[in-house]
Design a protein around this ligand. Sequence first.
Ligand code: SF4
Length: 405
Amino acid sequence: MVQHVYGCFRAPPTPPLTTSTPAVSFLAPQIMQPQDNRTNWFKGQGLWAHIPENQWKDWTWQYKHRLITPEQFEQFLPLTQSERRGFHHAQERLSVAVTPYFFNLIDRSNPDCPIRRQIIPRGEEAHNTPGEFADPIAEEEQMHADGLVHRYPDRVLFLVTNQCAAYCRYCTRGRMVSGVHNYHPRHEAALEYIARHPQVRDVLLSGGDPLLLTDARLDYLLSRLRAIPHVEFIRIGSRIPVFMPQRITPALCEILRKHGPIWMSIHTNHPRECTEELYQATERLAFTGTPLGNQSVLLRGVNDDLDTLRSLVHRLLMMRVRPYYLYACDLIKGSAHLRVPVQKGIELIRGLRGFTSGYAVPQFVIDSPGGGGKIPINPDYMESICPDGKILLRDYTGQLREYKP
Ligand code: SF4
């Protein structure tokens, strides 16, 4: 085996390297899989088939009819003991809510359904393990106005609301979203901060979920940002298209088009979230000229196997959505049952790279505890750099290759 040598050559041990050295530590994933032509994507109203279609397609109906209490959930599925304990604890930690549309995606016969694990709380949320934090990536330390995080030199995070359409049990901002805690963004203070800092060229609207703002408020915020000469790049991070695609209305699309280009990152974790309605919503967004990316969180029992992750990234590409980041789950209090070893994430990326389109491979990152920002974590394909400039590399199948510029 060749030792890792960066900037300093060590003679490789025997046997001598050849370009046909067989792979020993690279597991070639099974690349054969059924073709996905959208015929098996979820569509329709499911448990709410009796509701008139015009109501189903109205996002305000979806929002008003969210399932919130354990009793509402138990109308459709028996909660486990752990989930009942989770509901109890959620009152102090992070509220529970899910739209009828997203609830339909749960496999109600499976207590470990990957959709269910994301949105129904479990008793494990009450267990804090050492090294977990309420604010794992130290956003509060870098908050310069209520809701305005300035961490990197040229860009800011503008947390415009504390509300979401549904609540993810692994939420990094569980300390401020869902109304359990007393957090209220101050838009004017944040806008003034951005205007006073000419180095800020990139503004990310997030929350909570910015697409829960009214059209008028979103239009106002985007107008104000567009009027700041040094703001070049505006992005929105939103899980609304995934939880409530009905929100992507013609009026909202017109606002995005008017202020465009607005880039948008959606947030899907499992291929079942790629439904026919989400497909239609991303098409509407794409036709406004909104470039679309996806951020996933690597979660135990949700997407920590190669077949699932591959299916997800392929479906995203079919929806014109570029898989962008795969996050290691932040060290949020009560999230140990959802976290996955980092090595597993590296193996998953290795299982994608080369075996599928480069566009389908997200960047695996750890958002560093303590506020250091995102750190890319990659499989290591470089074996050594020699003094003569020659580089020894492993290709995706495990074969050794030499590159001499
Ligand atoms: S949609 Fe985003 S902000 Fe809202 S609960 Fe989920 S992860 Fe947190």
